[in-house]
Design a protein around this ligand. Structure first.
Ligand SMILES: Cc1ncc(COP(=O)(O)O)c(C=O)c1O
Length: 387
């Protein structure tokens, strides 16, 4: 079996049979001529339901995640909406409290409008808490590991085994955006579905918004394809092409992100302005063991708490040159954010504090610039933001 570096470049990418082009052409056509009534060439008749450029991306990512079928969507949120639409009124969904703020907003504000009941877990690794939440109508369990923004790891295998032993028809979904298939494959750990915001590491250049749903079985894949078609959630051919171009360099980008993040993490851990650093696997020996078991690396995301009484967070942000104050993550450029007022502002204050998100928590998406320049940038901003 070829390795991920090779598969990322070659899998799902068929030779274009018109001109033998090496890269996948962008088929912008909204519709495709039928060869006969009811007959299509290669299964495509309308771009909302299927498109050759999008299919290349779907086949490629399905293989990288060891899934059977994938559907590329217009955003990470539309991928999550497609998965949520597998549920019906009266069904129950369990999700952790410490998740991406937009996912929390969808689950807490929109899902109940469709009659879906949602419970949030304080600690997804607490199997007793999880079991206590499993009810006869529980149909779906959501996992985000590492979590956004506190980078906590969920023991995916243990959670899948334990919850499936209680309810074997449970659909377990993992948001694998932070790790990408380069570092983690949740379908191999017992999940049924994976979603990614391809806006992030998959594309890697901060120039598209997209998502993908990858299913372990064809049965689930067909259901998702039907939902994406019915609800009009599919990704545009141009954006699918951009994502496909991004995947080709996923491996080298992820290596570079991680190499830089480890050094930034070490610098922050030793800096007197920093109260606490959150990096996947580093919060405790158990989390470190878990990281080694279920991931092939630690990734490029980290968070830290600035000592609030001594340093002014606004001044700190304003003194940075390379870390741009912006939401999103996973691009080649370094970004910095305050989850409290940015990615997680849609959670009410109580929920944010309960999840451990404070105003002095800062999240970094460490890019692939020269790490000495990144550390010098942070160091000079710390020096210039004392209260
Ligand atoms: C972990 C995670 N999942 C899902 C999303 C939603 O993706 P999108 O912004 O592409 O809709 C995000 C966005 O930041 C995210 O961080």
């Amino acid at each position: 079996m070829p390795h991920i570096e090779t598969n990322a470049i070659h899998e799902g990418i068929e030779i274009d049979n018109t001109f033998n082009s090496v890269t996948t052409p962008i088929y912008t056509s909204s519709t495709f001529t039928l060869t006969d009534l009811g007959k299509t060439k290669a299964g495509f008749n309308y771009t909302r339901s299927g498109n050759p450029t999008r299919k290349a991306l779907e086949d490629n990512l399905a293989l990288l995640e060891n899934g059977k079928m994938a559907a590329a969507t217009s955003s990470g949120m539309s991928a999550i909406m497609a998965v949520l639409s597998l549920l019906s009124a009266g069904d129950h969904l369990i999700a952790p409290l410490d998740i991406y703020g937009g996912t929390y907003r969808l689950f807490s504000l929109i899902a109940p409008k469709f009659g879906i009941e949602v419970s949030f877990l304080q600690n997804p690794n607490d199997l007793a808490e999880l079991k206590a939440e499993l009810k006869p109508n529980t149909k779906m369990l959501w996992i985000e590991s590492p979590s956004n923004p506190l980078l906590k790891l969920t023991d995916i295998k243990a959670v899948c085994n334990e919850s499936k032993s209680e309810k074997n028809d449970l659909i377990i979904v993992a948001d694998n955006t932070f790790m990408s298939p380069y570092f983690q494959n949740p379908l191999d750990l017992g999940c049924d579905i994976i979603i990614h915001s391809t806006t992030k590491y998959i594309n890697g250049h901060s120039d598209l918004v997209g998502g993908i749903v990858i299913c372990k079985t064809e049965e689930l894949g067909e259901k998702i394809a039907q939902i994406v078609n019915c609800m009009g959630l599919a990704e545009s051919p141009f954006d699918a092409w951009l994502a496909l171009r991004g995947v080709k360099t996923l491996s080298i980008r992820m290596q570079a992100h991680e190499k830089n993040a480890l050094q930034v993490c070490e610098f922050l851990n030793n800096h007197e302005a920093v109260q606490k650093v959150y990096y996947p696997g580093l919060s405790s020996p158990e989390q470190f063991e878990l990281a080694k078991q279920q991931m092939r690396g630690f990734g490029g995301m980290l968070s830290f708490e600035l000592k609030p009484e001594k340093y002014d967070i606004n001044v700190f942000f304003s003194k940075l040159k390379y870390f741009k104050l912006a939401v999103s993550l996973g691009g080649v450029e370094s970004l910095i954010a305050q989850p409290w007022s940015m990615s997680h502002a849609s959670m009410n204050e109580e929920a944010r504090l309960k999840a451990g998100i404070t105003p002095n928590l800062i999240r970094l998406s460490v890019g692939i610039e020269n790490v000495d320049d990144l550390i010098a940038d942070l160091d000079s901003a710390f020096q210039n933001c004392c209260c």
